[in-house]
Design a protein around this ligand. Sequence first.
Ligand SMILES: Cc1cc2nc3c(=O)[nH]c(=O)nc-3n(C[C@H](O)[C@H](O)[C@H](O)COP(=O)(O)OP(=O)(O)OC[C@H]3O[C@@H](n4cnc5c(N)ncnc54)[C@H](O)[C@@H]3O)c2cc1C
Length: 478
Amino acid sequence: MASVLFRFARDLRLEDHAGLAVAARHGVIVPALIIDPVLHARVAMSPRRASFFVHAVRALDEALRAQGSHLIVRRGPLRPTILALAGELDVRAVIWSASYDAAAMREESDLRAALEERGVITPIVHDAPAIPPEETAAAKLAPGEGYRALAPYIDVWRSREVTSHEAPLLMRFAEVNIESEPLPDENDFALTDVDDDATPSGAARKLKTFLRQDALQYDVAVNVPADVRTSHLSAHLSFGTIAARTVVRETKHRADDPFLLAEERASLRRFLRSLAQRDFFLQLSWYQPQTQSEPLQSKMRQFPFRTTHEHLEAWKEGKTGFPLVDAGMRQLHATGWMHPHVRSIAASFLCFDLEVDWRVGVEEWDRYLIEDEPALAAGNWQWVAGVGADLAAYPRIYNPVKGARRFDPEGVYARTWIAELAQGMARAPQSQPALPLFGKNGYPPPLLDHEQAARSFLERYSAFVNAATPADAPRSNR
Ligand SMILES: Cc1cc2nc3c(=O)[nH]c(=O)nc-3n(C[C@H](O)[C@H](O)[C@H](O)COP(=O)(O)OP(=O)(O)OC[C@H]3O[C@@H](n4cnc5c(N)ncnc54)[C@H](O)[C@@H]3O)c2cc1C
């Protein structure tokens, strides 16, 4: 039987795998991992991310060994490395799961062209999203473009069935006898401990536990910073130790329980919306890869965001004097994850209170986040900064003081992550407080007046938008 080369990257599992299902149709699978400069650079950005990746790769190799095969590891630029490997193995097909970040997409497009020139088959396979971009794009009046607005996308997404690629009939892995380099380890990356069990079985356990109880309270958890009951699946989804398809199917299955209360059903629906939002940003990047580095809204491409600010370091260090913002940054430093609602508040503070470019924020968080989802990072940061897919007429500027009063009224979240406040603060500060714990060695008072900063930003924003010519206006909303 012919063999086919399968290149793993951010799809580190054997279960419910769209790429492997396609590969299985072409022959016995030779599994490979290429640590190319683009993948290396992304993974190396954060030591926790690198550790997650290294563990997940190890688990993948073990799963392959249990099937009589193993990973062939090579290091080097993607195109020549794959071409050499494909030549060595004399395969007629090379398959991988598509990437959704601009740099990897460019590499993969070059590679595809070079392989096709040599008569090697390279079908495009979408594994990361639950619903492939082409499927939702086909529902558009102008197919082939994808969606630029979330609401109509979600309607189409909800109407689509999620395919399962569990246990394809013919899937077999080759007993390979060609040279392999060592699995990635501390010689490739700076590593540190992660709490997560970075394996497919760890992901499956996490999903099962989440769906049993926490998912039924997701509607609350996703808003309340101190509530830890969101899924915490982002790293697993980003490295493919679980398929988004599996998560969606299992969630829908959970929603079939006839004994759920209406609010529990609403929570599951809200969770599915988050997964749909993930697919939305993946398809946005697939059709508009330039949005990785520039605003989706053409009128905002020239907006003069600052590249720095006298309080930028304080924002990075979690020392702005706004507890929600600071606790979020410190949670990120301590764990490699930040609560979803706090992400919006901390990002809004950077973009509007400090008027600093969203790209500075993406880069800063990339130094700590475990998950590696550039398309989701850019999509969400642009959304918050008011330059992306959000169609609100004005940017939504979050008020970090009101946010604390409403969502962390007892200061539980703030006290968990801000050591200086752990003992002293009974309640989240409602205005600029003058307590002994705020001072030289304690927690700082707010570094700026939020209301004033927000107004000043809106003035600049209005002046800029009013000066923009109609030709700069955003294109179709859909
Ligand atoms: C400014 C900002 C930056 C962000 N940067 C990233 C990032 O770099 N990487 C990343 O994976 N997510 C990012 N998000 C989205 C979201 O905050 C995280 O996915 C979520 O906090 C991860 O926690 P969880 O796994 O418990 O998510 P849950 O709330 O349990 O959601 C389940 C999954 O749905 C997806 N999801 C949830 N919310 C969103 C969303 N707003 N957009 C797209 N997908 C979503 C994620 O894959 C998540 O793991 C960002 C959000 C904001 C506001």
